[in-house]
Design a protein around this ligand. Structure first.
Ligand code: DGY
Length: 322
């Protein structure tokens, strides 16, 4: 509680969309860190005594964070769907509520997946680079790519985002949708997608899109032996988390043409240093984690993150609890 009697909420960026900030201001006393992307030190310094924290970027919430926050902390709200930066069991063990913002970003992330599939398959980055370097050859065999039409699209993780990707691809006359995960899903049946084993997904996909969360099962899963099982013509897309992929293995797969191309919204490390090997590869389409970066989506995420806090402080169920 602040002197005004209102609960104190720490917001970790001064560029948080105002939709959420305006909502919080009606009932809370806000501390907004004066940085677009605050450092961990700034957050830890400002943290003690707050009743809730609104995480705009992926600050790690671990024992150290929770100890420094102290006993007042009642809600941790991350403005993201992914929550691999949060020690959820420990947060809950301490009786603190924790929420995230899934669903509202699924359409925007699915659009980015389609963008990367097409850009990687049609060699957009390579073509642009050649244009800039006056290396145009323009012959009938030059810069040929692959069609989505008639292809087999494999989704690794048919959650809300995976399903949205399939829905958005319906107009492309895709030959077949396949997916893998823990179990066959009703949503998969409804979309006409076939549940397959992980190995079948690797062996059969012309486009393989990673749309699963990062956890102990998926961390580093896409390594040399996995890329070895994929088609030489495969297009690999990751819109989930960079750490699901072993970056050195991906670089080898792209350089040695074990696969045709990759489209990446997420990488490990993130951000990629400008001289990183991945950025030198002609067959890697890379964008800097822009999946949810539309005005409407970020506004919606901010509103949900704020509502999670208000609900938590008022003893109501969060909109999207973890
Ligand atoms: C998410 O919400 O998890 C997106 O990756 C943006 O952080």
């Amino acid at each position: 509680m602040s002197l005004s009697g209102l609960p104190r909420v720490l917001v970790t960026s001064n560029e948080t969309p105002t939709t959420g900030i305006d909502l919080l201001r009606t009932k809370c006393d806000l501390t907004i860190i004066p940085a677009t992307v605050s450092t961990r030190e700034q957050v830890l310094q400002a943290l003690p005594g707050h009743d809730a924290v609104f995480l705009v970027s992926h600050h790690k919430v671990d024992n150290e964070f929770l100890d420094i926050a102290g006993p007042n902390l009642k809600v941790v709200s991350t403005m993201s769907a992914g929550y691999d930066h949060l020690d959820v069991p420990e947060i809950k063990r301490r009786g603190i509520k924790v929420g995230h913002t899934p669903m509202v970003l699924s359409a925007a992330v699915a659009e980015i997946a389609v963008l990367l599939m097409l850009a990687a398959a049609r060699r957009a980055h390579e073509g642009r680079t050649m244009l800039e370097q006056s290396q145009l050859k323009m012959g009938p065999q030059w810069l040929l790519g692959h069609d989505l039409r008639g292809s087999t699209v494999g989704i690794f993780g048919l959650g809300n985002i995976g399903q949205m990707i399939v829905k958005r691809l319906m107009g492309f006359e895709v030959g077949r949708f396949i997916y893998t995960g823990h179990s066959r899903k009703k949503a998969g049946d409804e979309l006409g997608a076939t549940f397959v084993s992980f190995d079948d997904l690797l062996e059969q996909s012309d486009f393989l899109v990673v749309a699963a969360p990062l956890n102990n099962e998926t961390r580093g899963l896409f390594n040399d032996s996995v890329f070895d099982k994929m088609k030489k013509t495969a297009i690999f897309v990751n819109i989930a988390r960079g750490q699901i992929v072993n970056t050195d293995s991906l670089v080898r797969a792209l350089r040695n043409k074990k696969i045709f191309a990759a489209g990446l919204d997420v990488t490990d490390p993130e951000p990629l240093p400008p001289d990183h090997e991945l950025l030198k590869l002609p067959n890697a389409e890379i964008i800097p984690h822009l999946g949810s970066a539309t005005i409407k989506t970020r506004n919606d995420m901010s509103t949900i993150a704020a509502q999670n806090i208000l609900n938590g402080l008022e003893g109501k169920p969060l909109v999207y609890p973890l």
